[in-house]
Design a protein around this ligand. Sequence first.
Ligand code: CTP
Length: 414
Amino acid sequence: MRTVLGVAGGIAAYKACHVIRRLRDLGHSVKVVPTEAALNFVGAATFEALSGQTVTSDVFAEVDTVNHVRIGQEAELVIIAPATANTIAKIAAGLADDLLSATVLTTTAEVVVAPAMHTEMWLNQATVANIATLRARGIHVLDPAVGRLTGPDSGPGRLPEPEEIVDFALAAADRSGPADQSALAGRSVVISAGGTREALDPVRFLGNRSSGKQGIALANAAAAAGAHVQLVAANVDSGLLTGLPAGVEVTQVESTEQLQEAMRAAQPGADVIIMAAAVADYRPADRAGAKMKKSADEGLQITLVQNPDILVGLVQSRTDSQIIVGFAAETGDETHTADEYAREKLVRKGVDLLVFNDVSDNRAFGHDDTTVHVLAPSETGVDELGEFSGSKDSVSEKVVRVIGARLPSVESTP
Ligand code: CTP
């Protein structure tokens, strides 16, 4: 594949060298288009040696071949890594004052942006709005990693590892054109994310380790596929919510009962409902009005009562054309495999699709990479429609594609 690697001027520019190497190892050609600032960090000679192609950041170089238009036109995938706040702002504004921004304006290929900047810049309202603009236009944005930054500071803003950038970019390029991007055009998709918390008293709760990343990734993928997305977020970190595309409606909830109320309210207008939230099966029978005090004796007994099964309730009150998707994290034991438990759950819950992953080694929680299996009921029992591995973003795109393919066409929808 003919790839273009845009490199903006940040300290993480050195990681672009590894991105070039990995792309070339996988058999792709790489045209490096650095900004002038990037050349302060890594010289053109390094990029030329690694890519085997000439490197310039100037729109007036190689004018005879109309470089500023040709590179974008010929590209089959454009990756910008690292993308600084400044380059992101230029792309959002549609500027074309250097070779990289001109290339982004002229390409019809998938564009993948891997931001890297200081946390303050990433969280600044201007950058948040620019990222939302990029996502709304179908540009794939890889969330920065959390960790050590250039100075003594640390937080979100670190460029993800080159392997992750390349995997994410190739998965984005794999999406096959306009049909997929409009798979959910005009559809309404309701997604729950995160994990519910059940209060014991005003300061304590029973909860689970779900980060909400999977639900957020699904919301991004559904929005990129043209859907109107309502996200019901149970205790999802606000940092994750800020990167959502403009137009995604967010309702924040805490407990299972609040989540159930929000999902029920959203159900009537929905074409698709995805329950990605980890729901507490039990809640304390009583919630103390004041902070509980330690008592003199050793133990504490908490009586739990069962929570409603939100998913089963949604299935019972579904409309004919509605697609309802459950998620399950399963572990196998001495009697059943994780796959067997998942198949039984699909039938028990009556969902149209069950997306499950094996969490025997505890990998899924809070991590970006995952492997999921998508199950659907069939005449003979349960079929596996696919197994998808990769980042939660790329897996979500594939799950959304499966959902889109199962929706009744708009013409036949009553
Ligand atoms: N779910 C739900 N309401 C609950 C529990 C789960 O809506 N009270 C949904 C989850 O959002 C998920 C699916 O059901 O989409 C499967 O969740 P899981 O916790 O695996 O289901 P359980 O019925 O709790 O199964 P288990 O007995 O294995 O805990």
